[in-house]
Design a protein around this ligand. Structure first.
Ligand SMILES: [Zn+2]
Length: 301
């Protein structure tokens, strides 16, 4: 039974350490009721609590509890209390051990200072069971017992464990790991792709370039020939047509503009110039036509 209990206590303390962040030395607040009870039963209270906690422990007695022990005039109990540290509770008027210990253990509904409370007061234990993470120790028939975790404590522990489970799947760390791995993959892949692109594209480009010069020379020669032919054509009638088109476009532009007299004068000059050129060409054409007609007439003859 003792081994089973010891294992049970170890589990409880492990939960207190992980979930409620208890750290050695465990701070144990002992009330005057338990000190008197242990003294009366000749029970070694400090040894008993150390065997339960199984780690370094600091023992505290509040000022109020010490006052109650002085009032009891039990020197053995007072001597036992003197082996413990005095906890300044700040109560000017001595409170009941119930109110005193409750006031230092229940700070805004939390066991802020992470006290293990050793008390023989059943009402105090009942009250402290409503605060999560308050380990409770008491004497029963000369056996020191640590209560199993209270329902409230158990609920908090379960909630924290559930949080851990969900965090395991959806935590930021998990996401970071995924991101890191994906980044590494992309980093590894990108250079490969780049290299492949460079290696793959260059040979084809080189082949094309090698073929191009011969083809290009031929094509260029062909193009040059075509251009020469075109230029010959342009120098003839084509050139005149282009010039006429340019002149017409400029005429229309000028007519649409409604700005000042200077432009109008310039238009008039330009028009006269163009008209004279056109008339000259028409005359030359007419001459050509006449000459052509004459030639045709001679051929017919
Ligand atoms: Zn007090």
């Amino acid at each position: 039974m003792r081994q089973k209990r010891a294992k049970q206590y170890r589990k409880q303390l492990q939960i207190l350490k992980t979930t409620f962040k208890f750290k050695p030395p465990i701070q144990c607040v002992v009330d005057d009721n338990l000190i008197l009870e242990a003294t009366n039963a000749s029970y070694d209270l400090i040894k008993g609590i150390n065997s339960i906690v199984q780690t370094e422990t600091k023992f505290f007695v509040t000022q109020c509890c010490i006052q109650h022990l002085y009032d009891s005039k039990n020197q053995v109990a007072i001597d036992l209390a003197k082996r413990m540290e005095k906890r300044r509770c700040g109560h000017k008027d001595t409170l009941s051990s119930f109110d005193c210990i409750k006031s230092i253990t229940n700070v805004d509904g939390e066991n802020k200072f992470r006290y293990l409370v050793a008390t023989q007061d059943e009402n105090l234990r009942t009250s402290l069971r409503n605060i999560a993470g308050v380990p409770l120790v008491f004497l029963r028939r000369s056996v020191l017992i640590m209560e199993p975790l209270s329902k409230v404590t158990r609920r908090v522990v379960d909630a924290v464990e559930r949080m851990k489970l969900t965090q395991g799947l959806n935590s930021i760390d998990a996401g970071k790991r995924k991101l890191e791995t994906s980044e590494e993959d992309t980093v590894e892949e990108q250079p490969k792709h780049k290299k492949k692109k460079v290696k793959g594209v260059n040979p084809l480009a080189m082949k094309k370039k090698q073929k191009k010069p011969q083809q290009q020379q031929q094509q260029q020669q062909q193009q040059q020939q075509q251009q020469n032919e075109n230029s010959d054509e342009l120098n003839g009638e084509g050139g005149d047509k282009k010039r006429r088109r340019r002149a017409r476009s400029r005429k229309t532009d000028v007519n649409t503009s409604t700005s000042g007299d200077l432009i109008a004068d310039a238009d008039a000059d330009f028009k006269s110039e163009v008209d004279s050129k056109v008339s000259n060409r028409e005359e030359s054409k007419i001459e050509d036509n006449v000459s052509n007609d004459a030639e045709l007439a001679e051929e017919h003859k």
